[in-house]
Ligand binder design. Structure first.
Ligand code: SF4
Length: 336
């Protein structure tokens, strides 16, 4: 059992966790909203430290990160648990295990072994993914620090609900992130995810300020977050932060508790991509549409195809020293 980082003890035996923006006040014997952090006699402990439920070597494109070492391997790890309750979660069997099944499972693996395995598999990065890395922060931080010392880079695939304190703690060793911006209304976040919009926006701002490479994903759910007004506002927010932020618009498939809505029509994804370009974003991608033209990276200046992909495979990679080989434009991203 690992004592949690980032919490404070109260006089009455309660503890306040400030890892994520729920900032749970937890009484003795109880757990936070994520159900993987417990107050034991006035000490907050992580119940998932080193309990690895999933680990795979994935293409970095699967995160998705399209402007971060394209074509490289990303050693991907997760524990169970999440601080959101998304009705459409694709990994609910592990993310909601502590809540739905009251179980915390996983193979005991220390950070050192994860880092060594990443090196052995010639991975360029360790990705903290599949569930929400914020709720296994102690493990992610210890692994990330060690990995960085060994020349690996670290990426989070996150809902962006961590506090600024949490982000600042890991930031020197967090090199990239794909953050879900699931919608642009508080109502959607509340009804479908059990959270709020504002903290996610704040995280994106802070990440950009800290120089962490950021890409953003929005799952387009028919009738829930796909109005022109909402998508325009969302895309404008991203463009205001940095027009070079890649925006991935992903196709929804009915799953978990959201099965009464059909899959997103492919033309809606392409229409949303056009909105991203209209408001000034330079790189907008379609997701879960293998073979779509929206998987390719085009130079924002001369429209040359820089990276050709099919699904998660890279078939052509023409970025040279971070620039377009045709017109010389600087392409935002992490290329070496
Ligand atoms: S990580 Fe978030 S949800 Fe979990 S105990 Fe801490 S504040 Fe609560």
């Amino acid at each position: 059992m690992k004592e949690a980082y980032l919490y404070e003890k109260k006089d009455d035996g309660k503890v306040r966790c400030f890892l994520c923006s729920h900032r749970c006040l937890i009484k003795d014997g109880a757990r936070g909203i994520c159900n993987v952090r417990e107050n034991r006699g006035g000490t907050l402990v992580s119940l998932v430290y080193g309990k690895i439920i999933a680990r795979h070597v994935d293409p970095i494109e699967k995160k998705p990160l399209f402007h971060f070492l394209p074509g490289s391997r990303s050693y991907s790890v997760a524990t169970v648990g999440c601080n959101f309750r998304c009705l459409f979660c694709q990994n609910a069997d592990i993310s909601q295990m502590p809540t739905d099944r009251k179980q915390i499972r996983g193979e005991e693996i220390p950070p050192e072994a994860i880092v060594q395995d990443a090196l052995n598999t010639r991975s360029a990065t360790i990705a903290y993914t599949y569930t929400e890395p914020t709720v296994f922060f102690e493990f992610a931080l210890d692994a990330a620090r060690l990995a960085a010392r060994k020349g690996l880079r670290n990426v989070f695939v996150s809902n962006g609900y961590m506090t600024e304190e949490c982000l600042r703690e890991i930031h020197p060793d967090l090199h990239g992130a794909n953050v879900d911006l699931k919608a642009f209304t508080d109502r959607y976040y509340k009804e479908l995810c059990g959270a709020k919009l504002e903290p996610v926006l704040k995280t994106l701002e802070t990440m950009v300020k800290l120089g962490i490479w950021v890409e953003v994903t929005t799952l387009l759910v028919p009738g829930r977050n796909d109005s022109r007004e909402e998508l325009t506002e969302l895309a404008k927010f991203l463009a205001g932060l940095d027009p070079g932020i890649p925006w991935h618009i992903s196709r929804f498939h009915p799953t978990y508790k959201l099965t009464d809505i059909g899959a997103t029509p492919p033309e809606s994804i392409r229409w949303a991509r056009d909105i991203g370009y209209e408001v000034g974003l330079k790189y907008v991608y379609t997701g879960n549409l293998p073979g779509d033209v929206g998987e390719k990276t085009f130079c924002h200046d001369c429209r040359e195809v820089l990276i050709d992909r099919y699904g998660f495979s890279v078939h052509k990679y023409a970025v040279k020293d971070g620039r377009c080989p045709k017109c010389g434009a600087e392409i935002p991203g992490v290329w070496k």
